[in-house]
Design a protein around this ligand. Sequence first.
Ligand code: ADP
Ligand code: MG
Length: 609
Amino acid sequence: MKHLSAINKYFWKYRVRLLLGVVFIILSNYFRILSPQVSGYIINKVEQHLSSAAVSHHGNQHYNIAVTSFIDALENHQFTFSNVVILCGVTLLLLALIGGFFMFLMRQTIIVMSRHIEYDQKNEVYQHYQMLDMHFYKTHNTGDLMNRITEDVSRIRMYTGPAVMYFINLTAAIGFSVYFMVQENWRLTLFVLSPLPVLAITIYYVNTLINKKSERIQSQLSSLTTTAQESYSGIRVIKSFVQEKATKMFFDNNSEEYKTSAIGLAKVESIYFPAMGLLIGLSTLLTIAVGGWYYVHHQYNVTAGTIAEFVLYINFITFPVSAIGWTASIVQRAIVSQRRLNEFLDTKPAIYDTKTSLAPVNFAGKDIKVEHLTYVYQNTGIKALNDVSFQIKSGERVLLFGKTGSGKSTIAQLLLHFYNATEGKIFIGDTEVKDIPVHQLRESIGFIPQDIFLFSDTVTDNIGFGLHAVADTKEVESAAMMAGVHKDILGFKEQYNTMIGERGVTLSGGQKQRISIARALIKKPDIVILDDCLSAVDAKTEQEIVGNLDRFLTGKTAIIITHRIFTHLKFDKVIILEDGAIKEIDTPEALLQRDNYYAQMYHLQMAKN
Ligand code: ADP
Ligand code: MG
């Protein structure tokens, strides 16, 4: 239960709705509980009318004050018998209508409240997800994150809505009917209620069983979906390796398991309702048998009306009681779900703005200084950087050169403060990167990551993604020109309004890279970091982009990461990285005079051309 206390703040937020809901539930139950008494009265009336002896032991019934005044009014008016019957019938109808109306209002308040809470909670979780750092995303898979924000949040809604509503309803219904039954005849009440505990316990156990089974089914279904999804997205691989049969068999096995579990669940469920019917029937049987005995023997003021009244009470509480087990299992599930959510909500982001980092830093004319930087990836223990130190003067253009896995991307990500350095410091000017407000740091650096991601959105929106305002058409076009993708875009059917991704055109790797370059350039950043972003571009386009970049980068600090040589771009400095450590730093001209990885690659490439 303590996990669910995280929800209480929402109940407090919507306390007016909740309170109104409680009032409506009580009113609804109050009006509906009056009808057994009116029915009891009318049955006694009929009995009296039929028996010539008007001395039937009637008149001592303990009806609710509203019912008593209604009866008094009826008797005072001296209506004919048939009119009394009609009036009572109309009253019963009215009571049902009023009770139903309040029930409508109770759903309108409590279920609507739960939808509001669901909305708030989804936003809370989403907001928190966004604050969490890259390390968190490396250690949790997307499916899990998705599940928590969808499945778990809706399970909690089942608690804040239906479960809360049924619980209050149950309390009101049982409270009212037991109170009236005891008022009327406590002996008969004991007999009537005796099977109820057994009923509640049975329902609880069967429900737990059902839940366990449905949870298994749920997870089997999700693995089935994953299998299907993977084979659709990997269909090309499956077909080219002629693995259709094997994949089909795998799917069949999964499917078979799912079917077996689902049939198992159906068996348990088919016991549920007959068992419930049996116990409720037992209650009714006891009422009629014991009540009949008292009636025949003129004991304890029991009339035919009393028996009818009690049978109606049983009917009245049947549904609320059978909802006990259901409500309990919803609460159980909600506890599990909220615990899973709390796990994430209590995770503190490792990267956050500190007190010293609240003041923005002026980037213009600032050098970048890296001192004894070491970085170990926490999840794998890989030491990606080992005591790296270098300096980049403001306005310098630097080539960061090295084989795959030498740690180039890690340097870029540390510069953007995606991770906290394990050891060492990075300065921009005199300020340490960890003390610069994260949003300012990332806004001022144009970073083009190695793994490109474009949204399923228009070309324009993808390019203008990093801007705060809606991108100006001219700006978008000039960024696209600079990135050498303008001509490609003009070739699309809807040009800049073309949808990218699953719902739109499929771009080539090179086009994606160039759009992501345009996305970084449009921000007009002070520092530009290009991480291996021309690898999928052909030589001619590369030359065009590099030519444009040359102009764009004038006066800007630029770090260009690559394992290829750009002959058309002049660099002030080349840093050769090997196994996470710096091998050499020098001007390209000086490096070419000696034997090193850069020179080797240079000559290799020259020989090819
Ligand atoms: P490069 O960009 O030069 O190819 P990286 O900086 O990406 O090299 O990687 C350096 C080392 O760190 C490699 O050994 C790589 O396997 C490891 N590495 C990179 N990213 C991660 C990560 N997210 N988690 C764990 N290890 C990583
Ligand atoms: Mg890399």
